[in-house]
Design a protein around this ligand. Structure first.
Ligand code: GUN
Length: 286
């Protein structure tokens, strides 16, 4: 039986990092210092700790200046906003990211709105989201941006094909759907209330899974020859990681599929670096 080609996110991310590292050298020659990313982490969420560590390591690999601002769970909303306002004015910093989720007493939308759009490395600010909606240039959210790069890496023509995005979050589902629409695909956004998900997935040439439920998408649902991009990272009871798609079954039907781990995860970080570089280049009109 033929098996899907694996889209190696780790390898693709390394290639992108290679390009960024070269651009960082040029930037330093022209400007005199490196682009800077500030990551703010609130409290001790274990997953956030790992993600932020990986972002810091990636910054080191490409030669960025990076700062990690770790503040306690009990910080007031006002004090957190003050940290962001200081970073907005800090000339060493060109990109700011506040790791989500935040404790319940802090409004995520207030935090996102406080980061100036020019330093919004996540692309979550309403100005950047609005630009994405109307097709104007702006900073793209990192995970959907990485998803598009992975689709492009297959070399398959997307125009006019059917895509389904399973999940409607502001961070992944909605922006991913808009980017697929920009590629002239016919896009369905499915979610927890969608009737007959199996049928919707079964007619799709591209499946983007972003629900956060292990193996929720059965391998038998996948249309033969489809491209499957799995954004989910779920911890199974045995401690192993699994995506939202039943990988072993889906790879028997798909033409291309992303693994978990080693798929979308490393690409999200690569695109965060790309966004920060672009924020710095735009600031200095390079
Ligand atoms: N938490 C999970 N994914 C993300 C992301 O892409 N950006 C931020 N800031 N927090 C997250």
């Amino acid at each position: 039986m033929s098996q899907a080609q694996i889209i190696d996110g780790k390898l693709l991310a390394l290639e992108i990092e290679g390009h960024i590292a070269k651009e960082v050298e040029e930037f330093k020659t022209k400007i005199g210092f490196a682009p800077g990313l500030a990551v703010v982490r609130v409290g001790n969420d274990e997953a956030s700790k790992v993600y932020v560590r990986n972002k810091e390591l990636a910054c080191k690999r490409v030669g960025f200046h990076s700062e990690h601002h770790h503040v306690p769970e009990t910080i007031s909303e006002n004090d957190l906003l003050k940290i962001i306002q200081a970073l907005n004015k800090d000339s060493k910093i060109h990109g700011i990211l506040v790791q989500l989720p935040l404790p319940k007493h802090i409004s995520e939308s207030k935090v996102i709105d406080t980061i100036i759009p020019e330093k919004d490395a996540d692309g979550f600010h309403p100005m950047n989201m609005g630009n994405l909606l109307i097709g104007k240039p702006g900073t793209l959210p990192c995970t959907p941006y990485g998803v598009i790069k992975m689709l492009e890496s297959t070399g398959v023509s997307l125009e006019g094909k059917d895509a389904v995005v399973v999940g409607r979050s502001n961070i992944v589902g909605k922006p991913a759907a808009l980017l697929l629409l920009q590629k002239s695909m016919t896009v369905t956004i499915a979610h927890s209330k969608t009737k007959n998900l199996a049928e919707v997935v079964g007619r799709s040439d591209v499946v983007i899974a972003a629900v956060g439920k292990a193996k929720m998408i059965s391998g038998e649902w996948i249309k033969p020859g489809a491209i499957v991009i799995d954004v989910g990272i779920n911890r199974l009871p045995d401690g192993k990681l699994s995506g939202d798609v039943d990988f072993e079954e889906a790879k028997k039907r798909a033409a291309f599929i992303t693994p978990v781990p080693g798929g979308v995860g490393p690409m999200t970080i690569a695109m965060l670096l790309q966004n920060t570089l672009e924020c710095a280049q735009k600031y200095y009109k390079l």
